[in-house]
Design a binder for this molecule. Structure first.
Ligand SMILES: Cc1cc2nc3c(=O)[nH]c(=O)nc-3n(C[C@H](O)[C@H](O)[C@H](O)COP(=O)(O)OP(=O)(O)OC[C@H]3O[C@@H](n4cnc5c(N)ncnc54)[C@H](O)[C@@H]3O)c2cc1C
Length: 457
């Protein structure tokens, strides 16, 4: 690539083009997972759709790999790569709300924190992730699991339309009315089909919620997991939340002498009338004595950012594994009880998210997200600060996974998988895989967008 060509790229975009000789290069190449240390050819900080088109065209014409980065949270580090052109959407984070229509338009690099704050101002929300720094883009394209999923479906179920820059440099609208095959594939198929510059979401009246974490003694974890398994089947759909293995952090509401002790936490979220919150959480309280809790009424965005401090950007190594689960059997609970209490560090956890309710009411072939008959999505999330501890932490995740995978479905949620899970992509999409390949052939026949959980054309 000649200097002239690079200058051409700089001139054709409004945003910054950052290369290895630039002062900001080391900062610009960083992603959330500290384990990922890549040296891209350029990072293009796009300022709008025209920049994205210019970057896609430039990469294609110069045969550069493309890495797309929204919130940067990808555990496999798909938002960067050696010698690639990184399309960095962090300069495109605007969110506009239309309270009359109950919709919101989020630019491709928006985070859930920005999104939730914007919609909360109008007493509205949609399903997003449980940490505010996660990107709307990557999360929605993989499906999108969060507190509101049982009541309002996955994030992708709330997508009304998307603006997409495809491999040939066109800007297309995808919706039920336009390019409906692309729209189908975007709802679960990940970053395979182009760069989404704007997402339009349906919103719901959710303002304040009743919830927060309850901590249980590890000896009571079996009672809590069994109570959760029973009551989540037909719990009111305004109830979301999940059990989580958690080493008790030094927080003021946890008795000092129990700091550092491994417990089973349950993070609850009741999005119905606040006065019904206590009743909604009763089945959990009845399961076992609560050791510590921080539960009450709070703005929905507050719950969505309550755990951010446990996951500092770029501060932790990440290695995750995941499975869908239809039935949490006694054997599966025994496997959790064996491996959960061995959680090695305060940042690591295992969440067993409920994905029934509204998520199950969508047909398995209505969107690319196939596991519409799952009750739970389990993630074994290894997150630790010290790279010297990589082997021990990865071993904990793998041992836990080996024990629970045979008691789970074959597939796992694509957004909770690590880079060594590429052979599980087909099983994640089940009967939808062949149609995804067809759509890939239509919109990206040369696999320009291949740094992702890749669907090969
Ligand atoms: C701390 C933490 C908490 C999480 N919590 C949840 C949760 O509650 N629920 C849940 O469902 N998932 C959760 N996840 C997983 C999350 O959904 C994935 O990591 C997702 O890929 C993050 O999206 P991102 O935009 O931040 O990541 P990025 O690394 O920026 O993007 C990941 C990939 O997504 C694609 N992509 C992103 N934006 C675009 C775009 N605009 N256009 C085209 N492709 C794009 C690209 O292929 C990109 O490489 C969490 C992850 C972390 C690290």
């Amino acid at each position: 690539m000649s200097v002239q060509t690079i200058e051409g790229l700089r001139e054709s975009v409004q945003g910054e083009v950052i290369g290895p000789s630039d002062r900001t290069y080391d900062e610009a190449r960083k992603v959330f997972n500290a384990m990922i240390d890549r040296r891209p050819a350029f990072v293009v900080r796009c300022s709008g759709t025209a920049d994205v088109i210019a970057a896609v065209n430039f990469a294609r014409e110069n045969e550069l790999d493309i890495a797309v980065r929204g919130g940067g949270h990808s555990v496999p580090g798909f938002g960067t790569a050696d010698d690639a052109l990184v399309i960095d959407l962090s300069g495109m984070r605007d969110v506009q709300v239309d309270p009359e229509r109950r919709t919101a338009n989020a630019q491709g690099g928006a985070t859930w924190g920005i999104f939730n704050d914007a919609t909360h101002a109008h007493g509205l929300a949609t399903t997003g992730g449980v940490v505010s720094t996660t990107g709307v883009g990557g999360l929605t394209l993989g499906g999108g699991i969060g507190y509101l999923a049982r009541g309002h479906g996955l994030s992708c179920d709330n997508l009304v339309s998307a603006e997409v820059v495809t491999a040939d440099g066109r800007a297309l609208t995808a919706s039920e009315q336009e390019n409906d095959d692309l729209f189908w594939a975007l709802r679960g198929g990940g970053g395979n089909f182009g760069v989404v510059t704007s997402f339009e979401f349906r919103l719901h009246p959710v303002k304040d919620v009743y919830g927060g974490p309850l901590f249980f003694d590890v000896k009571d974890a079996g009672h809590v997991l069994r109570a959760y398994r029973e009551f989540i089947v037909d719990a009111p759909e305004q109830f979301g939340g999940f059990p989580a293995w958690q080493i008790a952090p030094p927080l003021p509401f946890i008795p000092k002498e129990r700091h550092g002790e491994t417990m089973l936490a349950f993070v609850a979220c009741w999005a119905g009338p606040i006065e019904d919150g206590e009743k909604a959480l009763k089945p959990l309280r009845d399961a076992a004595p609560v050791v510590a809790e921080h539960v009450g009424a709070m703005p929905y965005p507050a719950l969505n950012s309550a755990f951010d401090a446990l996951y500092p950007p770029g501060g932790l190594q990440h290695y995750w594994k995941a499975n869908f689960v239809k039935e949490l059997t006694d054997d599966a609970i025994d496997a959790h009880l064996e491996h959960g209490p061995r959680v090695p560090v305060v940042n690591s956890t295992v969440h067993i998210y409920p994905v029934n309710g509204a998520c199950n009411r969508v047909a398995s072939d209505a969107t690319a997200f196939a596991y519409r008959d799952a009750t739970f999505a389990t993630v074994i999330a290894g997150m630790w600060p010290d790279p010297a501890e990589n082997d021990a932490n990865i071993a904990w995740v793998r041992d836990y996974y080996d024990a629970t995978a045979p008691l789970s479905e074959e597939g796992g949620y694509i957004n909770f998988m690590s880079g060594d899970d590429q052979d599980r992509i087909r099983s994640n999409y089940r009967g939808n895989y062949d149609r995804l390949v067809e759509v890939k052939r239509t919109y990206d026949p040369d696999n320009l967008f291949h740094l992702n959980q890749n669907i090969r054309p």
